[in-house]
Design a protein around this ligand. Sequence first.
Ligand code: C2E
Length: 521
Amino acid sequence: MMKKIQKRQCLWIGIAVVLTMSFFSILATVTLTKVWGKYEEIVFDERTKIDIQTAHEYKVLRELNHKFANEDSACSVSLLRKMRDAEFHLNILRDLGFVKDNLLYCSTRLGILQAPIEREAFTINNPNSDIYFSPGTIVANIDVEVKKMAVQIGNFQAFLSLPENLYIEFGWLTHATVLFVNDSYELLHGSAEVIPRPIAEIGESASWLDGGEYVSQYCSDDQVCTIVEIKIAEYFHHFPEILIALISTLIILSILVVFAVIVFHNKYSMLSGQLRRGINSRRIICHYQPLYNLRTKTYDSVEVLCRWTNEDGELVRPDIFIGQVEKNEQTSELTETVFRKAVHELKSAGLFGKIRFAINFFPSDISNGTAKRLIEDLLPEQHASLVIVELTEQELGHINSVVEAILMIRQEDSSVAIDDFGTGYSNFQHLEKLSVDALKIDRSFIFGIDKNALRSKLVGSIIDIAKTLNLKVIAEGVEHDAQLQCLLALGIHYSQGFLHAKPMPVGELKHFLGQHRTRPD
Ligand SMILES: Nc1nc2c(ncn2[C@@H]2O[C@@H]3COP(=O)(O)O[C@H]4[C@@H](O)[C@H](n5cnc6c(=O)[nH]c(N)nc65)O[C@@H]4COP(=O)(O)O[C@H]3[C@H]2O)c(=O)[nH]1
């Protein structure tokens, strides 16, 4: 037994831990992605600024082309002056050069060359514009070889001089802007470590977690993309306090969830244990809710509703413990206790024989003969008609097994009512076969009946079926006069609900019935 409990508790704790971990990882991922998203935004903003700036500077190159379209191959002094003037206003493009047939004739830094320098063709072209990028990026500048991206528009070219620290630079964040050409890409600026994904694969913008890295790629047009990579381990290395906060939250959350699961589990296992020890006339309390007969304008019957007092002295409603009673297989025990107590209380209050009372039975009570036995044991023959056996519609699944039992109960002279009618699957044939006396329409149909034409139609058709089968109809959960008026117009027999009275102990019932008519004059 002990082993079984331990095993079960371990299972619950395991479930709790898995739940916490999953919940926490979702929460942490969402939160951190939002935080990283902020850095990503800063980089993308910078990138946009550069885009605007370069677009403006490309215009200068275009204007030079326009003005010096017919310049002969040798670079003139006036052209060089114009190029130097233009460069003065440029920030990102540097060292303007004049090129023809892949030969550099002059540049703002080198001046007019004695012999033109050969330049590799700039073949990477952005199809949306007239800009060409240098493929090799190694270019001779005076007598040094510089590795830089260069652009060419017409006869003019310039180096892209993007400050290395243009973007925020942290050890844990790297970024790059690349130009996609067919299946490969060229780094425009940023870190060569960054590996972009083909646009076709990820769309124009996307963020993803990639083996310990948070990566975000944004493409401003169909070829130029900026990629931001955050190395998660490095990030936590820089911000250990965030890691500590996350781990502490995870630990606290796990403790709370494990605690809650244990409390919940114990409560239910306690409920089960307490019910096993505590279904007796001391712990079971009967409350009585009067039913109003609309034909005779009398309160001629009541429904017995049980409550249970747990070991802490708290009154527990049936919805909470009935399921556990079924699991504990204590249904007959409960029905018998309620039935005995109700008969005893009604007798003591002097109400026995004056009103009929409805008792809720379990289907097993009907099929195993408990209902019939209790009626015979507790009610003298002439009083069997006082009891109304209530059976929930949803529990009438195995109809054949209950048909016979219901017939036997009716032979005792007791009535049978189908409770919560409308929530199950009974059809006309079922009802005909069951041969019951009354239908109790579930309160979900009565709620808002005065305002909802469809509900009123549904209740109307239930009443029509009941009339055809000669059954009484009881409306449950009647709370307002408007509902009652509507039900009256539809031809209902009984009304039960807070409008008339709430379920009450027998003492209050006696007082209530003393103030209302229980028999027609
Ligand atoms: N909102 C609202 N509610 C109203 C109104 N009028 C009555 N009620 C509530 O509706 C329930 C009616 O009982 P039920 O459908 O047989 O539904 C019962 C019945 O199925 C079951 N039950 C109660 N006592 C026993 C019992 O002794 N044996 C068995 N087997 N089941 C029982 O527990 C269910 C719940 O019982 P309760 O909590 O006492 O809840 C009762 C009652 O308090 C109203 O105007 N508005």
